[in-house]
Design a protein around this ligand. Structure first.
Ligand code: PMP
Length: 386
């Protein structure tokens, strides 16, 4: 049960603000259908030959081709990668956890950043793994605790599995720099660790799909053992269509065959096949240069708006002379700001100001807009000062 969601739904205060969701909101606070996908939908439905038949066990071949190229880049050797369409990014993490459980002889503890996406531990444990947190966040400086991350990688048993947020770390908004990713790749090589990439926010950080896959590309170019659980829920703005894919780097053509076979068996048992409509939309956009260019500009709009809201909030807090250093709001990247507000301050925002922020202090920056920025900044000021 999501208490905050229920309270928000029942709240009819005219100034209520929702900073809690994990989904993008446009300037008017509403869900946003990306224009390129709206056009693709119109095109599909106008096509008299279009159908809603079942997909095959591995999913939509064209979608898989485009999704893989989006997240891995054009250079990888596709003959040694097993790709599967999944039920969103959640399904991709789940299927990745399952297939590793079947095939890998690596240590049985999976290392996950602290903090992380709320579902990570549960999904891995559900697939039979033990999970352990590694220190990732420096709550004093409100930034990545790179030293502790490196320390964990050094001291963990060799060949351990690490879950890495590819870009736009949820919830902290703190990603390693390219230089730091290079150092991490080196360590993964040295210790033969396995990189389990979770890529849920590609395009939301830089506004550029190519740039936001740099960590994944870097690790792939080093030949590090890895897989990528990819969500297109956010960057295609189609949360309910459950768009995702898993890409497992198998090393050889024969093991790729085996892994694909097993992924088919697992898919058959669990869902029979992945959903088709959203995959058709992605294929339509990616196969049309005009729509594809529109997608790029839609993502630039999203990331630009998020950055503008970060600056809008930061500037107001500075102007109000709200006690504390708020620079992390503009330093952190992607959809979330890990505000550093205490659980009590978050409760006060909800109870006294109808501003919905979870007790972790994670704020979804696109919940802000020109109409509510002043109100939110003043409310934060009040709960910090009081
Ligand atoms: N991984 C991370 C880091 C996420 O933030 C999310 C969504 N909140 C997911 C995976 C799941 O994505 P999806 O909604 O596509 O299942």
């Amino acid at each position: 049960m999501n208490v905050l969601k229920d309270r928000l739904a029942a709240d009819d205060h005219p100034k209520k603000v929702n900073l809690a969701p994990g989904t993008y909101r446009c300037e008017s606070g509403q869900p946003w259908i990306l224009p390129c996908f709206r056009l693709a939908a119109e095109r599909l439905l106008a096509d008299r030959g279009y159908d809603h038949e079942y997909l095959g066990l591995l999913g939509h071949p064209k979608f898989l081709h485009y999704a893989r190229e989006l997240v891995l880049g054009p250079k990888v050797d596709t003959s040694t990668i097993a790709s599967l369409q999944t039920v969103g990014g959640t399904g991709a993490v789940h299927m990745g956890a399952l297939i590793l459980k079947l095939f890998s002889d690596r240590p049985s503890t999976v290392f996950i950043s602290d903090p992380t996406w709320v579902n990570h531990h549960d999904v891995f444990q559900h697939a039979g793994w033990r999970t352990e947190s590694y220190r990732y966040y420096d709550s004093v400086n409100k930034s990545l605790d790179f030293g502790s991350f490196v320390q964990s990688l050094r001291t963990a048993p060799s060949r351990s599995i690490y879950v890495l947020h590819a870009v736009g770390h949820n919830p902290t908004g703190c990603d390693p720099s390219l230089e730091q990713w290079r150092a991490l790749a080196q360590l993964f090589k040295e210790k033969d660790h396995f990189a389990f990439f979770d890529c849920a926010y590609q395009g939301f950080v830089s506004g550029n799909l190519e740039q936001d896959r740099q960590a994944v590309e870097l690790f792939a170019s080093h030949g590090i053992a890895m897989c990528v659980a990819q969500s297109l829920s956010k960057n295609a703005g189609m949360y309910g269509e459950r768009l995702g894919a898993l890409h497992v780097f198998c090393g050889t053509v024969s093991s790729t065959k085996l892994v694909k076979q097993q992924l088919k068996v697992l898919t058959r048992r669990e869902i029979s096949c992945a959903p088709k409509y959203g995959a058709d939309l992605v294929s339509t956009v990616c196969s049309d240069p005009k729509l594809r260019a529109m997608w790029d500009s839609d993502l630039k709009h999203i990331s630009g708006r998020i950055i503008a809201m970060r600056h809008g909030l930061f500037d107001r807090l500075v102007k109000l002379e709200t006690p504390g250093d708020w620079s992390h709001i503009i330093r952190q990247r992607g959809m979330f700001a890990y505000s550093g507000l205490t659980p009590e301050q978050c409760n006060a925002l909800v109870d006294d100001y109808h501003i919905y922020v979870p007790r972790t202090g994670r704020m979804m920056m696109a919940g802000l807009n020109e109409d509510n920025l002043d109100y939110v900044a003043e409310a934060i000021h009040r709960v910090v000062v009081d």
